[in-house]
Ligand binder design. Structure first.
Ligand SMILES: Nc1nc2c(c(=O)[nH]1)N[C@H]1C(S)=C(S)[C@@H](COP(=O)(O)O)O[C@H]1N2
Ligand SMILES: [Mo]
Length: 280
């Protein structure tokens, strides 16, 4: 076993100890920070693990712990969001809720880094890669496409689901059509500010309910939820719904995004509980 492997395992044990030992709610926040910094160190060592299978397994172990920490923090974040419609927390049809999910009346905010402060004037969405006519769409060219509203449930891999979100925007399908996608394109990697990305099979992006959205429940999309513009892919876990989107790159193979590089599933279907890749 190489040293990076041993070091990562050691960091994981320490992160677990720090987190589980937190004696009070106040200490929990500090413990969370400390555990996350240990996990960041473990993550930084991953490229040094030479064996591919081991690296994948360890990446999954790191990703799992980040998700576990998020999950333990859930109750805090499940409260209704001020000024926002309260989402239903009961359903007539239980099969509507994917396994392992809890319904939240609020709308938790999740992202890595700092939420950028953008206005519609700042919005540019580049459609690049395997296209015949590379595009950079600004706010007015996006608004010129047919506007649609779809009402869909939203499922985050950390365990919360928010039902009945009305998203308004344009279909990604229509956005892609402006760039004339080449036949060899099979996947896309979508990027958002400040430094986030997620990969998807192309057919997941061209569904009729996949939008670049600028409104939620009839109001302009709040900044913390990706305003002015975010991707919404209702059929997949929330990490694919890139906020503050600035590029859709069409590719000939699956190029991993932020969380996928860290062990999350390449597809991420909540009903199949595709949270992590096999072996991760
Ligand atoms: N730019 C960007 N988009 C992002 C993320 C991020 O870290 N950065 N996090 C994703 C994750 S993990 C989830 S669950 C959803 C959360 O969306 P919300 O904050 O509106 O609930 O945004 C996704 N989009
Ligand atoms: Mo998420």
């Amino acid at each position: 076993m190489d040293t990076a492997d041993a070091q990562i395992q050691h960091l994981l044990v320490r992160a677990d100890d720090v987190w589980k030992a937190a004696p009070s709610a106040a200490a929990a926040a500090a413990a969370r920070q400390r555990a996350e910094s240990l996990l960041e160190q473990a993550r930084a060592l991953l490229p040094e693990v030479s064996d591919d299978d081991r690296r994948l397994a360890l990446a999954g172990a790191v990703a799992r712990r980040f998700a576990d920490i998020d999950r333990l923090d859930l109750d805090q974040r499940l409260r209704p969001t001020p000024g926002m419609r309260t989402a239903p927390t009961t359903v007539a049809d239980p099969t509507r809720v994917p396994p392992g999910q809890r319904l939240t009346p609020g709308f938790p905010v999740l992202h890595v880094g700092r939420a950028p402060d953008l206005t519609p004037d700042d919005v540019r969405v580049a459609v690049t890669g395997r296209v015949r006519a590379r595009q950079v769409l600004d706010w007015s060219s996006l608004q010129a496409l047919p506007e649609v509203t779809v009402t869909r449930d939203f499922h985050c891999v950390t365990g919360w689901s928010r039902l009945d979100n009305a998203w308004t925007g344009v279909r990604v399908r229509d956005v892609l059509a402006t760039a004339d996608v080449r036949p060899e394109a099979t996947h896309a990697i979508v990027s958002g500010h400040p430094a986030y990305s997620a990969n998807l099979p192309l057919e997941q992006l061209t569904g009729g309910d996949v939008l670049l959205a600028w409104a939620h429940d009839g109001r302009p999309l709040p900044r913390q939820h990706g305003g002015p513009l975010r991707l919404v892919v209702p059929a997949l876990y929330g990490w694919k719904s890139v906020k503050w989107v600035f590029e859709i790159r069409l590719t000939e193979r699956d190029v991993r995004g932020y969380w996928e590089e860290r062990g999350y599933h390449d597809l991420g279907d909540p009903f199949r509980e595709q949270r992590f890749r096999d072996g991760a």
